[in-house]
Design a protein around this ligand. Structure first.
Ligand code: BG6
Ligand code: MG
Length: 222
């Protein structure tokens, strides 16, 4: 039996992608860079500064800004994003997540959070989930972002387990790569084609139950 489940936040526990998109789009307008929803897909799981770098790269403008200027732009986007996420409430939990968290606790399975978002503690608070996690990795302590496995390995270290004893759940391509490279069982939520590297993909969190996780674990380990 697995000993822990490590969750991504954005797109797995709640859907913040639209808020990120609106905030980046506003910054893009100021810079004269138009952002599309399909490009926004490529920013899922990617940290704030790297997201900005990819946006500037759309117009080959990466080198036009110093690191200090990029930090100011990223802060501007974040200030707007933070105003948008004030509207998140416990009703914004994705389907099935509340029951899954309860069932994991009932069965003494540890629960960790591996999110690239520096706003994760605020979002968990708004969702009423601050006490639902046994550990939260602080992304500010990481040397590399997803797809590097560091964040998932660190979550396991913080829970005093080995990655092979854990399941990771992600909605982003880069996140699934990170889970796989951490040597954990990977579960994707979303498009089966995009997440084809995952050990198992659910089209929606509504189907993500404790029973299903046990089933997948048995298939993988016997
Ligand atoms: C990830 C999101 O969870 O967090 C990305 O999928 C986002 O879109 C990243 O850029 C960093 O978030 P934040 O809140 O620290 O800007
Ligand atoms: Mg995500």
């Amino acid at each position: 039996m697995f000993k822990a489940v490590i969750f991504d936040l954005d797109g797995v526990i709640t859907d913040t992608a639209a808020f990120h998109f609106v905030a980046w789009k506003k910054l893009g307008e100021k810079l004269g860079i138009e952002l599309t929803e399909s490009f926004n897909e490529e920013l899922k799981g990617v940290d704030r500064i790297e997201s900005l770098r990819r946006i500037l790269a759309l117009r080959n403008q990466e080198l036009d800004f110093s690191n200090e200027e990029k930090a100011v732009l990223a802060t501007e986007k974040n200030d707007y994003y933070v105003t948008l996420i004030q509207q998140i409430t416990p009703n914004d939990l994705l389907p099935g997540i509340s029951d899954l968290l309860k069932d994991l606790k009932k069965n003494h399975i540890k629960v960790g959070l591996a999110s690239a978002s520096k706003n994760a503690p605020m979002i968990l608070n708004q969702l009423g989930l601050t006490n639902a996690f046994d550990t939260i990795v602080d992304p500010a302590t990481l040397s590399k972002g997803k797809p590097d496995p560091e964040i998932f390995v660190k979550a396991c270290e913080q829970l005093l387990i080995t990655p092979s004893e854990a399941i990771g759940i992600e909605d982003a391509y880069s996140g699934v790569q990170a889970i796989n490279d951490a040597n954990m069982l990977s579960v994707g939520v979303g498009d089966a084609e995009t997440l084809s590297a995952a050990d198992y993909v659910f089209s929606t969190t509504a189907n993500l139950t404790f029973e299903e996780l046990m089933h997948i674990w048995e298939l993988k380990n016997y």
